[in-house]
Design a protein around this ligand. Structure first.
Ligand code: CDP
Length: 217
């Protein structure tokens, strides 16, 4: 089983992806980490994120070890990730890794959940299940603010909101692989839902879809 989850920043994709992976025995890939790791590599090397050539070379040089580390969670890194993510060369460099992960999930998992912005549209257009998770930008900013606080990072809520809105704008309006809900995606608006309710709704959708496809889950 392959599940594609897309949606804007801090919509709850990661939490939902992890829970679905656990429920169904699937491997999980947070594809945002690939773009964040590319941004970190550029920061370390002093490379220009606006240069497609430099950013693509950084994306090509990544290894799985680069997908770990607290620096990936930084909000400045998230902003830079959305800057490098506009380049076709960067996205092309990261494509095979994502498709291979879904086709041959690690540790003998029986399938995979990938979350990001273009999973259902570009990376895995044939995914069995597609979910597009949204929430109002105010609610998403509040969630990210609380997440940062829990990690001991003190931020200003209005600034978190502004940064999220800027990143969403860039992700929605870029020319290559813009973030859009595909027609066959289940739209899950979590503005008034907690993580449990979002999981329940997604779980029901997966069960329904699998049953209608005549598959055992
Ligand atoms: O965790 P959050 O939703 O804030 O961000 P993320 O999923 O880690 O993604 C960081 C940035 O990487 C996004 O704002 C996108 O610009 C880019 N990204 C992308 O273009 N395509 C993906 N499949 C995943 C992330």
């Amino acid at each position: 089983m392959v599940i594609a989850i897309d949606g804007p920043a801090a919509a709850g994709k990661g939490t939902l992806a992890r829970r679905l992976a656990e429920q169904f025995g699937l491997a999980h890939l947070d594809t945002g980490l690939l773009y964040r790791a590319t941004a970190v590599r550029l920061l370390l090397d002093g490379g220009d994120p606006n240069s497609e050539l430099t950013a693509s070379a950084a994306a090509r040089s990544l290894s799985t070890n680069d997908l770990r580390g607290p620096e990936l969670l930084d909000e400045q890194v998230a902003r830079l990730a959305s800057v490098v993510a506009v380049h076709d060369g960067v996205r092309a460099a990261l494509l095979d890794f994502q498709r291979s992960f879904a086709a041959s999930p690690p540790n003998g998992a029986r399938g995979a959940v990938l979350d990001g912005r273009d999973i259902g549209s570009v990376i895995l257009p044939d995914a069995d299940i597609k979910i597009f998770v949204t929430a109002s930008s105010e609610v998403r900013a509040e969630r990210r603010y609380q997440e940062l606080r829990a990690r001991g990072v003190h931020s200003i809520k209005s600034l978190v909101l502004k940064k999220i809105q800027e990143r969403d704008e860039r992700d929605r309006h870029r020319e290559v692989a813009p973030m859009v809900p595909v027609e066959d995606a289940f739209l899950l608006d979590t503005t008034n839902m907690d993580a449990d309710a979002a999981f329940e709704a997604a779980y029901e959708f997966v069960m329904l879809r699998q049953t209608s496809n005549g598959r055992n889950v």
